[in-house]
Design a binder for this molecule. Sequence first.
Ligand code: PLP
Length: 410
Amino acid sequence: MALDIESIRDDFPILNRRLPNGKKLVYFDNAATSQKPQCVIDAMSEYYSEYNSNAHRANHTLADEATTALEEARNSISSYFGTSPDQMIYTSGATEAINLVSFGWARENLEEDDVVVITEMEHHADIVPWQQLSKEKGIEVRYVPIDTNSFTLDMQAFEVAVEGAALVCVVHTSNVLGIRNPIERIVEISHSNNARVLLDCAQGAPHERINFDDSGVDFVAVSAHKMGGPTGIGCLLVKKDAMDQMGPFMTGGSMIKTVSTNGSTFQEGHAMFETGTPRIAEAIGWGAAVDWLDKFDMVQVHSHINKIASWTAEKISEIDGITVYGDPTRQDSSGAVSFLHDSIQSQDLSILLDEGGFAVRTGHHCAQPLMDALGVPSTNRASFWIYNTMEEAESFVEHLSYVVERFSTS
Ligand code: PLP
């Protein structure tokens, strides 16, 4: 059955918003964060108004209800990602999930001169932790370049870089270019070189059903807020044998078994990595988001988004002075369209677009090495999700054409 976009839109109250200038909101900043369906807002509000309490501590009714809801959310989320609750560690988002691999796994298992392979198209969240580890432990960080003609990863360079590597960290889908990397090949090549693989699925998970157990990947970092869930929560999915090699990251309450003045002992499995009061409302909200998303065929969702993105990219590249970075017309492209105008500064352009009601992101997108490779300081980025429509894309192209005609000096 085809996606009913109008009824999907009805689930998102914010999409009826008008901006202070009276313009109807057209939200094209989904790669930064998605909007939230009413069921997510309701689930979080119900927790706060009906059973707000701490989890995994007291025996009273509210504590019991909060603990049950937190763990039911873990069941829903892990099952959505094709794995068991034991393999899932709640984090504050993809950034903390990647730091957890760096602190919890890499610091325990890597030594001076061990190699971590990353790519030029990583988000800063998957660059800085490895640079820090390099400073602290003397590991070598190898960067795989992109081919700036096709905007894809240089797989020949990847095959060379992976030789002798202990860990390969790759973004599933670029937040700037919308390109999906050839993950299956990357995992195969990495594992045949005995390297573990960390996949940054912050952008992949909102566009594709990730099956962790089937993927064979060792670590997957996910962010809730880009897939209909709340901010402040995400998770790290970890293969059992990799989790067995991990040591504690943040220490304190909840992650301990015993504490005495002589020292402490720690919980085992995912509980060792969930320190302090859990993000209870956020977990419940994320659980509601995956239950909502589970109703849809993600192949259909992807093709809906891909159709809008490729049409938009084609149309805006016909506008005088606009260059599109990436190739949103590729079938595996996720719906991020990065572009620049040759005489209207990107910041000015985003303000002019906002005046028309269009929310797009501008800047380096936390991917400065990629900006360096593309030879630009920033881009404007329109990014689409399940509730966006072709009509919105048409009005965007129309408004951008008007802005360029009116303000271009080239
Ligand atoms: N990785 C990618 C590719 C991203 O796009 C982002 C956020 O924009 C992150 C990591 C960081 O995710 P989070 O906001 O969950 O920390």
